[in-house]
Write a protein of this length. Sequence first.
Length: 366
Amino acid sequence: MAEAENREAFRIQRFYCEKMDAPIYARLCGAIAAGLTRDSRTGARVLDWPGEPTRDALPLRLVGGLHALVRAGAEAGLAAVFRGEIVDEGAIVAALNAALIAHDDTLWPWLDGPPQTNEPGRSGALMLGLLEVARRHGPRLEVLEIGSSAGLNLLIDRYRFDLGGTVVGPADAAVTIRPDWTGEAPAPVPLDIVSVRGCDIRPLDATDPGVEARLAAYVWAETPARGERLGTAIAMQRARGVDLVRADAADWIEARLAEPQAAGVTRVLMHSVVWQYLPGATADRIRAAMTAAGARATPERPLGWVMMEPDRAFAHQLVRVRSWPGHDGWTLLATAHAHGTWIRHGIADEDQRRFALPESATVDAG
């Protein structure tokens, strides 16, 4: 039973890859689902995975390890698959299983932890939410991010954004995030991010060369521009670090919400593609803490919550915002590509109802 469920997780990932215009990775995930064998320890571990494979992002763990081999020049046969030169499923299966046997010890540890897909492009969707909070409550924001991973979205105040023609951020920024835009541009409003802090249960130091290589392995081979942007963002961290600490998300948020809040500054929780990884008790504590803090919020000291989290049924991300006082119900601002490649802004009333889900996430699209 476990093997069937684990193979199905790769078919689900193939569906997401197809939706995100990633045919190479779609073919690879389909081949893994169809032809992965037990001839390697790693292959057997994948097929016998004891957890919930989609929730655990099992496909992305394995594919990240395979891409790392290719990037290191260690696997010529598999490299042709990642370049899109091999498209026949049988040939992909043969190259895959051969690589697993040849590099079993190297690939095994890639299954030990969840993928680190803290993608700078997601900051575009998060910025859309921050602009909405600023429109409601004023320009000055104190930003708190959970699940910060390597802290790439903690650079949100240093990136420049072009959101459908609305430009935000420093003119001399090393990184400009310009997603393909559908719908009206957000209304330009004054924005002053006074601080950005983040936490992660297992934070990564992106400035470490080994960590940088690992992060690069999780960038899909079909999107080299993402890889270039990742390198530039990491260089920005080397020039000036980010405020990122190791902490349980609920412990950290409860502590941050208990701190004194300056008048005229909105405190904002933000996160992207992290909610699914939180234990249920942790998520419940964060909801409770935000609800309690929201009840205490005043026009002088408002509270906001911005998230970009995936929706399994529609295979893309939902960008939602709520804030206190006065806007405590969730508003769906947009749908987005998992890597922030595109944003569809403006949701009709019927779609607001269709997407009216609790603040949960069901799958990591990568």
